[in-house]
Design a protein around this ligand. Structure first.
Ligand code: NAD
Ligand code: SER
Length: 322
């Protein structure tokens, strides 16, 4: 049996990755952990309160739980990190160093997400190649590039099986996003269902890569199951599914919710971050090396989001939805 520890398990990704891992590997195989205390739903399985910047506590949990794989999700996202860069450095890089050290000592494999935020304004942006210039202008990006390099280093120097993807902005309905620049692509669905209107903090034509959460979860699990012999990059794989602008997403939603309107109140800080990121990622390395394929495009994601979120919010969809 593979024994798994998930850090940052109460966040947007963890709240869906933990159930998926439990379904695949067994409920007892997965320890969920987060800085925050468990919610009612999470307590259905094993949960531990853990601050990953505390390396000794992390090491104890890994040794006592005889953990084989760490899915390391604890981090501050781009907009939050830009408000508290020193803390972001400490959490994003401090916790990753702790995870890699524990993995080295205990022989664990590690999954760590990087991000479109690992690129910057000098990266060729349409598409951003797998191997290219990475000079991000945000603290989030600095920690992501350094994290990618650390994972490569721990593999080459110590043989730690550290793998990861560069996620685009993630769209989901289970947990709200944790303070990113791409959060509008989730918030817009709440606005649509609750008010049939949404005021967007990014400009109408700001194009970024996005992905629906079921694809993001599958990517993490498939990469960790991939044959190591087929992985040339191993870590920091570009993955992509759909390219959206606020205007394009609003058009798709309006086809399902007649009368839906979007207007714009641009937040200069988040707009600047978005403009420093690529418009599209080239994910051919992931496709070739471990068979990555997204299942959801913008249309199928929108239909699924509206169905699930309307049920969660108790707001039935109009008949025109289909
Ligand atoms: P999130 O903000 O929703 O969740 C992060 C979790 O980490 C939170 O539950 C928080 O309580 C926890 N945490 C914060 N500091 C901690 C600490 N010191 N110790 C333990 N836990 C701590 O983030 P997410 O969206 O689930 O992202 C997870 C990872 O994926 C991050 O590395 C993020 O950069 C990356 N990523 C996310 C997206 C996205 O759109 N969600 C896109 C690209 C990359
Ligand atoms: N969704 C993330 C953010 O906006 C991208 O890494 O921070």
């Amino acid at each position: 049996m593979k024994r798994i520890l998930v850090t940052g398990a109460l966040g947007q990704i963890g709240s869906e990755l933990v159930p998926a891992l439990r379904q695949t590997y067994g409920a007892d195989a997965v320890i969920a952990s987060d800085l925050r205390p468990a919610t009612e739903g999470t307590e259905a399985g094993r949960f531990i309160t853990l601050d990953c910047t505390d390396g000794a506590a992390l090491g104890r949990i890994v040794r006592e739980g005889r953990v084989d794989i760490i899915y390391h999700l604890a981090a501050l996202l781009s907009a939050t990190a830009e408000k508290a860069p020193q803390k972001a450095y400490a959490v994003n890089l401090g916790s990753l160093v702790n995870v890699l050290e524990v993995a080295r000592e205990s022989g664990c494999a590690v999954f760590t997400p990087s991000s479109i935020g690992a690129f910057g304004p000098t990266t060729p942006g349409d598409p951003a190649p797998q191997d290219t210039i990475q000079r991000p202008t945000t603290m989030y990006g600095v920690t992501k590039v350094a994290g990618e390099l650390l994972c490569d280093y721990y593999f080459r120097r110590f043989g730690v099986d550290a793998r990861g993807v560069r996620y685009p902005g993630l769209i989901s309905y289970v947990s709200p996003p944790g303070g990113g620049t791409t959060d509008y692509a989730v918030d817009i669905f709440y606005g649509a269902l609750e008010h049939n209107a949404y005021t967007c903090f990014l400009a109408a034509d700001t194009q970024l890569d996005m992905m629906y959460m079921p694809d993001a979860i599958r990517a993490a699990m498939e990469l960790m199951e991939a044959d190591p012999a087929s992985l040339k990059h191993r870590n920091a794989f570009n993955i992509a599914a759909m390219q959206l602008t606020p205007a394009r997403l609003a058009d798709i939603i309006a086809r399902h919710l007649p009368g839906f309107t979007i207007d714009y109140d641009v937040d200069p800080a988040r707009q600047a971050i978005a403009e420093s990121w690529p418009r599209r990622l080239d994910d051919s390395a992931a496709r070739q090396e471990w068979g990555w394929r997204p299942e959801y495009d913008a249309e199928t994601m929108t239909v699924d989001m509206l169905e699930h979120l309307s049920a969660r919010l108790g707001r039935p969809l109009p008949a025109a939805h289909r």
